[in-house]
Design a protein around this ligand. Structure first.
Ligand code: NAD
Length: 357
């Protein structure tokens, strides 16, 4: 079967890791007899430079007309001082998610046993960690009313955490459905209901939705406690569901449970076309140096195969190949430890391709 994939490499290491993921998809196509049609589009700083806008209409059209979207990363210092609406993340990423109706971001976060010593956290703390964080993606403070004004010579600015019941209900439901497919069947809803009105609505809604899922256990945790518990005892979590801003912060923190941001894939779903991207940004500090870990993007394509194309065997083949490469001791700089073999972006992919072959 043929699948159309919109490919948006973006900026910085996005342009380095996306071609590696495509090499892996090509190997899967060859091995399992599929056809992947890639159509490249501009996004982020690269799109600003070429067209003056971070999300050109043409790119949006390309995404609408594809079966899935593979995104690298966007942004960088060159574009940091543009007006807010033109900045890559605000001008491209947020509207792209909104336009495609991608209200849920799914980030599996597990400890790879081969990387147990590569994390900054202790092995005993990490062992057995296997969770999924589900973050609401199109509501909350990033999209609520915002503004800036000067009153009597004093500048002030505000962002508003705004949520409606349907917005909360659909993401919480998605978390319950995800938990149902897992062994432990537990959902931890993270909020700040002791302080925020939006969180109180979040919690009431979660409790109401839970009644439809008697086989799943629902617990609640305040976000400040959740941040602490994630590094104290990450094993306690199965499925975590939370609002946009809290999720943004907690998922970066959770990335360290897998040793590096460079290991963490993500899927954004909810509309007709889903988007797959590594959890990391454009990493200007290492861009152009062949140091980027391509595994987060490669693992994101595994999620694409599973969630968008229902190619579960193929997805598992990629995940197994990554696991084997790590257990054979190959490491990019971000997960390097003494006694292991340092490889660059392309060489890491070569090893994955060898395992797939
Ligand atoms: P970042 O994720 O780009 O980098 C954080 C740190 O992790 C850096 O030290 C980087 O070298 C390292 N790192 C990240 N990915 C890696 C990989 N694959 N391999 C090895 N090391 C890796 O976050 P940042 O530095 O806060 O942001 C840089 C730029 O990226 C900013 O312009 C920001 O706005 C943008 N950004 C974009 C996205 C996105 O496109 N989805 C997400 C986050 C940040």
């Amino acid at each position: 079967m043929a699948y159309r994939i919109a490919v948006l490499p973006g900026d910085g290491i996005g342009t380095e890791v996306v071609p590696q993921a495509i090499r892996v998809l090509d190997k899967i196509a060859e091995k399992y007899g599929h056809q992947f049609e890639y159509n490249q589009g501009l996004i982020g700083g690269a799109a600003i430079d070429a067209t003056g806008h971070p999300l050109p209409e043409e790119t949006l059209g390309l995404c609408y007309n594809s079966d899935a979207v593979l995104l690298g990363a966007i942004g960088g210092p060159k574009w940091d001082n543009l007006p807010t609406h033109l900045r890559p993340e605000v001008g491209a990423l947020l509207p792209l998610r909104k336009e495609l109706g991608l209200y849920a971001n799914i980030r599996p976060c597990r400890m790879y046993s081969a990387l147990a010593d590569a994390s900054t956290l202790k092995k005993e703390v990490l062992e057995g960690t296997d969770m999924v964080v589900i973050r609401e993606l199109t509501g909350g403070m990033y999209f609520g009313p915002k503004g800036r004004e000067t009153v009597d010579g004093v500048e002030r600015a505000w962002d508003t955490m705004l949520y409606s019941t349907p917005e909360i209900e659909r993401i919480v439901r998605l978390a319950f459905e995800a938990a149902r497919k897992r062994t432990r069947k537990e959902v931890c809803s993270v909020d700040k209901a002791n302080v925020l009105e939006a969180s109180r609505l979040w919690r009431e809604t979660a409790i109401r939705v839970a009644a439809d899922y008697p086989d799943v256990t629902l617990t609640h945790m305040y976000v400040d406690n959740a941040a602490m518990q994630l590094v104290r005892n990450p094993r306690q979590f199965d499925v975590v569901v939370t609002e946009n801003t809290f999720g943004d912060i907690l998922t970066d923190q959770a990335s360290m449970l897998s040793a590096s941001l460079g290991m963490l894939p993500s899927a954004s779903i909810g509309g007709n076309v889903a988007l797959y991207e590594p959890a990391h940004g454009s990493a200007p500090d290492i861009a152009g140096q062949k140091k980027a870990n391509p595994l987060a993007t490669i693992l994101s394509t595994a999620m694409m195969l599973e969630y968008s194309f229902n190619l579960v065997t193929e997805a598992r083949a990629i995940e197994d190949a990554v696991e084997k490469v790590l257990s054979k001791g190959f490491r990019t700089g971000d997960i390097m430890e003494a006694g292991k073999t340092l490889v660059n972006t392309e060489e890491m992919t070569d090893r994955v391709l060898e395992e797939l072959a």
